[in-house]
Write a protein that binds this ligand. Structure first.
Ligand code: GLC
Length: 734
């Protein structure tokens, strides 16, 4: 429709219908097996309110949504089509690696393809929009939602967020197999104090702008059609009531002209925050701040009429929000085709098809991070002899992130199934060894894990006997998948105690241990690494878990991941991030020093730093050479290294480029990632890897909050991770 037609339609709507278009309700209101992704406290909606809601979330299925669309449109006074939204953050039914694992791939092109697959499957299932990408910068592993992010670096997160938007949306969201994407959670949600979900965020404007906002901006510049406001207060103002954030920054500076939706109940939660005295006041705050659609809090549907009558909210303002909602529906083609791509036939053809599974497997392989490989125990071979696979993940299908809801989790290939499918010559045994926990646990999604104390001794004995007989042990351990994601912040970041006990017992009878770690966050792995010869993080790989692990363990493919979020020695070091500022009392990474920045009981280093990851071969780097020693705004320089595969196997290195501004009108980070390139070389092969260094890489908010670069001494680093000292100096000239 033309804008004029949309505005003409708006002119025919009653104020109540307009308020209805600004209401999104849970599919649970219409369908018992819709997903529950938020608090259910607000469910006192009336039948009339159900009828005029403009959007529904968390229900999917072609047949189901076609029927629901028919029902809702028939009850709409002007038969306006509903827009269906769902959290598809790492796959619809072909569930692939969690986003933090995708960050580990350092492969935005792969992430774009994955998002395209997710969109095809979700669109066939009748979905129109996905609540993805999550572009929150994360620095504290205690926060459960780090699993949904792509890590601690603004540059990497921006590339990943933009790739997801392109993958979901393509060039036209009306096209078949495309979804509108929603950038979340705007803004700064990842900065929750001490990693406590939903807690306060306090950021200087400079840190907000330099570290937290860039990734949202990249995703918006990639064309995202929606932005979701975050639960948190940002400097004491809840995002859903923050006019500066939503109007000045999002609309005026970033140029976002799409639809703003609140997070689940976030408008009403401003009453809890103590910034609105009641729901009506919360609705007034939100609509005036710029929130177009109220997800599941009913403040708009129950308050806007009164607010207009009292002159507190203008109907013109409401019309602007209704326009953006109807514009989205029009861009999706829903007025012409309310079902969009919903098709039972396409569901059967696309969902979990071989092509999609193959991509999920690639995503897993490229996300696995090899942290240790002493004595090159990996990859396994016939020489590895008999192998005992031990741990609660051995036969578990719970190898998918907690923000995915497979209809049948048996679609996840287990480790045992993957190994048996590969059918190596080695004699392999499989035993659980222990349960996920050593106590009864009620998960945030209501799932209960009952600890069976009677079973425990026999499980342990079976595993110990298997380890005694085996030449090699592969431990399959980690966090239970519901220990990460939303409402899953932890004060400890260790694998469950019972699993640690199992590892120690196995180590007493067999030292030849490889440990796989399933997790949605960086964990404390120092003791795991001391008890293992090899350690590999697998995150939650999804449907192809067992096949990807089998391929990587037996060397058919190599693990491609690099650390996207720092792994500390201990949780006491959190928050952690590589791009820190220098201190006036620099720490030399040891404990034999006094009166310096840092701790007296822990060296000021990461166990595994950002960008770190081993391959199955070895690479050497030549010193960095520069094409010139002066850089000006219109004369970039080139930084090069010669990379050589000095090992015995082919391998792929993720060559990383970092920059440093040695002096500024405000202090500058020790390093900032500004480029990376994945290079595959055969043994003995070498390649010159060149990066272009440009002036804009050095722009920041100076002492006067002007976004600019400043002349002075700088250096570039090119190396395998954020601790590289392989660097060269040059001068940035005005
Ligand atoms: C949740 C999450 C958000 C999600 C939304 C809809 O509370 O914060 O990420 O997209 O509700 O399920």
């Amino acid at each position: 429709m033309t804008d004029a037609k949309i505005k003409e339609l708006i002119s025919t709507l009653s104020l109540e219908e307009k308020a209805g278009q600004l209401l999104q309700v849970s599919g649970l209101l219409y369908d018992d097996d819709a997903l529950v992704t938020g608090t259910m406290d607000y469910f006192k909606i009336t039948e009339d309110e159900k009828k005029i809601a403009g959007s529904v979330l968390s229900v999917s299925g072609a047949e189901k949504l076609k029927k629901l669309q028919d029902k809702l449109m028939s009850e709409q006074p002007h038969h306006i089509p509903n827009v269906f939204m769902l959290d598809i953050i790492n796959g619809y039914e072909t569930i692939y690696q969690v986003p933090l694992g995708q960050g580990a791939t350092f492969n935005p092109e792969l992430t774009e393809k994955l998002a395209e697959v997710a969109a095809k499957e979700g669109a066939a299932a009748g979905i129109h929009c996905t609540f993805s990408p999550m572009c929150d910068l994360v620095r504290d592993a205690r926060w459960g939602r780090v699993m949904e992010s792509t890590g601690e670096d603004p540059y990497l997160n921006g590339l990943m967020g933009a790739a997801m938007v392109r993958g979901y949306q393509g060039d036209d969201i009306k096209a078949k197999g495309r979804l509108a994407s929603c950038v979340k959670h705007f803004a700064g949600y990842g900065g929750a104090e001490a990693g406590r979900d939903y807690d306060t965020v306090e950021l200087s404007e400079r840190t907000l702008r330099e570290s937290y906002l860039p990734a949202y901006k990249e995703a918006i510049d990639a064309g995202a059609k929606l932005v979701m406001t975050s639960f948190n207060t940002l400097n004491q103002i809840p995002s859903s009531g923050n006019k500066w954030l939503l109007k000045d920054v999002l609309r005026n500076e970033m140029g976002f002209d799409g639809m703003v939706i609140s997070d689940y109940g976030a408008v009403k939660e401003m009453v809890n925050h103590g910034i609105a005295k009641d729901d009506t006041a919360a609705g007034e705050l939100a609509i005036n701040a710029g929130v177009d659609m109220d997800m599941m809090s009913f403040c708009y549907i129950r308050g806007l009429l009164e607010l207009v009558a009292e002159g507190k909210v203008s109907e013109e303002l409401i019309d602007e929000s209704v326009y953006r909602v109807l514009k989205l529906k029009d861009e999706l083609g829903l007025f012409e085709n309310p079902y969009k791509d919903a098709s039972e036939e396409d569901e059967k053809k696309l969902i979990l098809c071989d092509e999609h599974r193959a991509l999920a497997k690639q995503s897993a392989v490229e996300s696995f991070i090899l942290l240790e490989n002493k004595e090159n125990v990996l990859p396994l071979s016939e020489e590895s002899g008999s192998i005992a696979f031990i741990g609660p993940f051995v036969d578990s299908h719970k190898v998918y992130g907690s923000w995915t809801f497979p209809k049948d989790e048996k679609t996840m290939v287990t480790i045992r199934q993957g190994i048996e499918g590969l059918n190596p010559k080695n004699n392999c045994t499989f035993s659980q060894g222990c349960q996920f926990f050593t106590k009864n646990v009620k998960c945030k999604n209501g799932e209960r894990l009952e600890y069976d104390i009677l079973k425990a001794p026999a499980m342990l004995e079976e595993a110990i006997n298997a380890a005694k007989k085996a030449d090699t042990v592969v431990m399959c351990l980690g966090e239970y998948h519901q220990q990460t994601g939303e409402a899953a912040s932890r004060t400890e970041i260790r694998i469950p105690k019972g699993q640690m006990k199992l590892l120690k017992k196995i180590n007493e009878v067999n030292k030849n241990i490889i440990t796989l770690i399933f997790t949605g966050r960086p964990l404390e792995l120092e003791e795991v690494s001391e008890l293992s010869k090899a350690v590999m993080v697998t995150w939650y790989p999804g449907v192809e878990t067992g096949n990807a692990i089998a391929d990587v363990l037996f060397g058919k493919q190599e693990p491609g991941g690099r650390v996207p979020m720092s792994f500390p020695y201990t949780v006491g070091q959190e928050p952690c991030y590589y791009n820190r500022f220098r201190s006036g009392r620099p720490n030399n990474g040891t404990l034999d020093q006094g009166f310096v920045m840092g701790y007296i009981d822990q060296i000021d280093k990461m166990l595994y730093p950002f960008g770190y990851g081993k391959t199955y071969t070895e690479f050497s780097y030549s010193p960095v050479t520069l094409s010139a020693d002066k850089l000006t705004g219109n004369a970039p320089i080139k930084a090069s290294v010669t990379l050589k595969n000095v090992g015995e196997r082919p391998g792929t290195e993720t060559v990383q480029l970092y920059v440093q501004d040695l002096y500024g009108s405000v202090v500058r980070p020790k390093k900032q990632l500004k480029g990376f390139e994945k290079v595959t070389l055969n043994p003995g092969e070498e390649k010159v890897v060149t990066f272009e260094i440009t002036e804009d890489m050095f722009r920041f908010y100076d002492i006067n909050m002007n976004f600019t670069s400043e002349p002075g001494d700088c250096r570039v680093f090119v190396g395998p991770d954020s601790e590289t000292e392989n660097c060269a100096y040059f001068t940035l000239e005005a």
